[in-house]
Design a protein around this ligand. Structure first.
Ligand code: UT7
Length: 335
């Protein structure tokens, strides 16, 4: 048995900055409401002529592979987490295999929304731990802006989300005290529809149904969120899963050097920070600049924190996420 460690990190966000004021020209919203409720000041929107979920993921991955001191030929497996894939099928994992010119390695797509990256890290960790693979590429990428309801009807959801991608390479680590110490995953499908996008899908409405009905009131192909219900569940599950991870390793909240929470809402991050008695320096937030980028939020935040020297060798780093499914998870890492 080996451990896995994060050997390289990268991220990519599109150039176009969209401020809260810009959104207020499209729908009835305002900068004060968005800042106060979410902490978001701006987000990035992809240029649909150039950026796709896959292309952004590829750019983040290129950076991560290079920083790991590796080349595309070294990657043994691809894990791609997204809720906004380029195609209904095939998923973006195989597109990364093609676009990065990887060997004909396996590629898998993860459908766990905001916790997609933590699930991806957990999956990759198992492959590396068992010795099956030496270097696994994990990508989280989202292109939300193309699929949001940019009218007042959709404002409760649309103002929150942004586009971007982050990536990590997980590599074999011989030192058992270093790297990913453990991961903890959960789901509660009872609340599946509370944060969802129901169509097109074979269960409710396929494209044929949407075209046939041609109903301007049909919102089933826009994301739906029962905001307050999701918020209440998020604060409980975030706390539980961080605690579970610490306990599993005989650690306490005071051992945490850096917490990287999924960037769902700055108020959620602040609640967790307070609950665990952490200082501003011990929690990394960038939702103010990028909004909620779902599966990409943790790898973007982790990469930024690392680039700024806020994550150093020997540090205890905790990743934690909660989102649609509901699904949630944590990863406890000795850097
Ligand atoms: O990443 C996955 C996990 N996601 C989360 O964890 C998100 C959890 N939820 C949240 O972050 C918050 O619930 C939101 C930020 C989404 C919403 O904040 P809220 O404080 O729960 O607002 P609300 O939905 O209860 O709406 C309050 C009011 C409503 O007006 P009335 O009914 O009180 O007159 C909304 O219509 O705010 C109105 N509203 C807005 N006003 C201006 C909703 N969206 C907007 C908006 N601008 N964008």
């Amino acid at each position: 048995m080996y451990n896995s460690r994060i050997s390289g990190l990268g991220f990519y966000v599109p150039e176009r900055v969209v401020t809260n004021d810009e959104l207020s020209q499209l729908m009835e919203t305002n900068d004060a409401w968005i800042r106060e409720r979410t902490g978001i000041e701006q987000r990035r929107y992809a240029d649909p002529a150039h950026d796709t979920t896959t292309s952004m993921g590829v750019r983040a991955a290129q950076m991560a592979i290079e920083r790991a001191g590796l080349g595309p030929e070294d990657i043994d497996f691809v894990v791609f987490a997204t809720l906004s894939p380029d195609y209904y099928f095939p998923g973006p994992g195989v597109l990364v295999q093609r676009d990065l010119g990887l060997r004909t390695v396996g590629a898998v797509d993860i459908r766990n929304q905001c916790s997609g990256f933590v699930y991806g890290v957990s999956l990759a960790d198992q492959y590396v731990k068992t010795g099956m693979y030496k270097h696994v590429l994990v990508i989280g990428s989202e292109l939300h802006s193309k699929g949001l309801d940019m009218t007042t009807r959709g404002r409760g959801v649309s103002v929150i989300f942004g586009d971007g991608a982050g990536a990590a390479v997980l590599s074999r680590e011989e030192d058992p005290t270093r790297g990913i110490l453990s991961t903890h995953l959960h789901s509660e499908g009872q609340h599946a529809e509370e944060l969802s996008l129901l169509a097109p899908g074979m269960g409710k409405r396929w494209v044929n149904d949407i075209l046939r009905d041609n109903d301007p009131e049909d919102t089933s192909y826009y994301p739906y969120m029962n905001g307050q219900f999701v918020f209440k569940n998020a604060v409980v599950r975030f706390s539980e899963v961080i605690m579970e991870g610490l306990k599993a390793n005989g650690l306490k909240a005071t051992d945490i050097d850096m917490l990287i929470p999924h960037q769902a809402n700055l108020r959620i991050s602040q609640f967790i920070q307070q609950k665990f008695g952490l200082s501003d320096e011990q929690v990394y937030n960038n939702i103010m600049q990028y909004g909620n980028t779902t599966a990409a939020s943790i790898p973007i935040a982790l990469t930024e924190a690392w680039e700024k020297g806020k994550v150093a060798e020997g540090d205890l780093v905790v990743l934690a996420a909660f989102g649609s499914g509901f699904t949630w998870g944590s990863a406890i890492i000795r850097w």
